[in-house]
Design a protein around this ligand. Structure first.
Ligand code: MEV
Length: 323
């Protein structure tokens, strides 16, 4: 049965700012989504009748990308990610489903992760009312460490360009990758789920409306962009302390953008004594925080004590693969 796995992602720097063309840095994580498809007598998703309107990513890929009108499919999805939590679960679902469909329909053609990333980005944009950066989808497709930006970012390797018409105008991004140095193997990320979903579309729309009410808030985006560049320099040099300091600073900026919550702030504070740095990750408003640490068990305990659910991963897992 054709099946594929796509990893989730963790944004280290630049969430929200990336929607406005500033750089973001994300790494693929060990956890992700596995999808298998097989022909069936009726359309099924996880054993239940498939309702296209409830699953916009999957419907978009079936109808608009593959323009598939063949035999009904039985689609099985297994995820080790918290969903709607800023871990890129919908991007991983789109990539894994797109890859499984590709393998089902064109079993002898190799998978092109760049085509897949663009396809999954269009599915995200459709599901998020036209506002989505390619960060989650590109990181899940390519794996490793991905830098998404409106302009070239020094010290990165360019892979492809992509664009989108959003309600705020047209946006263009360059997708770049960075090779992680060996020192990064000494560190772990502990992602902590706050227990409440993080509605990406709603949070991105909230930031867009805050900025249209008070345009000076765009300055906070510039601050995030500067922190992102400093964090990327530290990451590329294997400077874990510098990386952690930049993560702490990024959290303060995201708080000023009003996308953090009391629970996320509590989890970040609990993790910090045993971490090199900690911040919310993804859209905020709920969802997850992440800590960079060399003591992942202590940080996991601290996150649990603060009421969160921890998940440990190394930085920069492999991208989408056909199984
Ligand atoms: C979501 O994981 C990150 C945001 O920057 C939205 C996006 O990049 O599309 C908040």
């Amino acid at each position: 049965m054709p099946s594929a796995f796509a990893p989730g992602k963790c944004i280290l720097f630049g969430e929200h700012a990336v929607v406005f063309g500033h750089p973001a840095v994300a790494v693929a994580i060990e956890q992700g989504v596995r999808v298998s498809v097989q022909g069936s007598n009726e359309w099924l998703l996880e054993g239940q009748p498939f309702e296209p309107s409830k699953h916009p990513h999957i419907s978009h890929i079936i109808q608009n990308i593959f323009q598939y009108n063949g035999q009904p499919l039985d689609i099985d999805v297994q995820s080790s990610l918290f969903s709607a939590a800023g871990m890129g679960s919908s991007a991983a679902l789109s990539n894994a489903f797109g890859a499984a469909m590709h393998s089902h329909l064109n079993p002898s053609t190799p998978l092109d992760p760049i085509r897949l990333a663009k396809m999954a980005h269009s599915a995200e944009a459709t599901a998020q009312k036209g506002r989505a950066s390619p960060t989650d989808t590109a990181t899940s497709a390519l794996g490793g460490c991905v830098v998404v930006s409106g302009q070239h970012v020094t010290g990165t390797r360019h892979v492809f360009d992509t664009s989108l018409e959003t309600p705020e105008g047209s946006r263009k991004w360059a997708i770049n990758v960075v090779d992680l140095p060996a020192d990064i193997d000494d560190a772990w990320l502990v992602v902590g789920y706050s227990g409440t979903g993080s509605p990406t579309g709603r949070m991105v729309a909230k930031v867009a409306s805050l900025i249209s009410e008070s345009p000076q808030r765009m300055e906070e985006m510039e601050t995030i962009a500067n922190i992102t560049r400093a964090g990327l320099t530290a990451l590329s040099a294997g400077n874990l302390e510098g990386l952690g300091i930049a993560m702490d600073a990024c959290h303060e900026s995201l708080r000023k953008l009003e996308v953090s919550t009391n629970k996320l702030d509590r989890m970040v504070s609990s993790a910090r004594p045993h971490s090199l740095g900690a911040k919310l990750t993804g859209a905020g408003g709920g969802g997850c925080m992440v800590a960079l640490t060399q003591d992942p068990d202590r940080v996991s305990e601290a996150i649990e004590i603060a009421g969160g659910r921890p998940l440990k991963t190394k930085l920069g897992s492999q991208g989408v693969s056909i199984l």
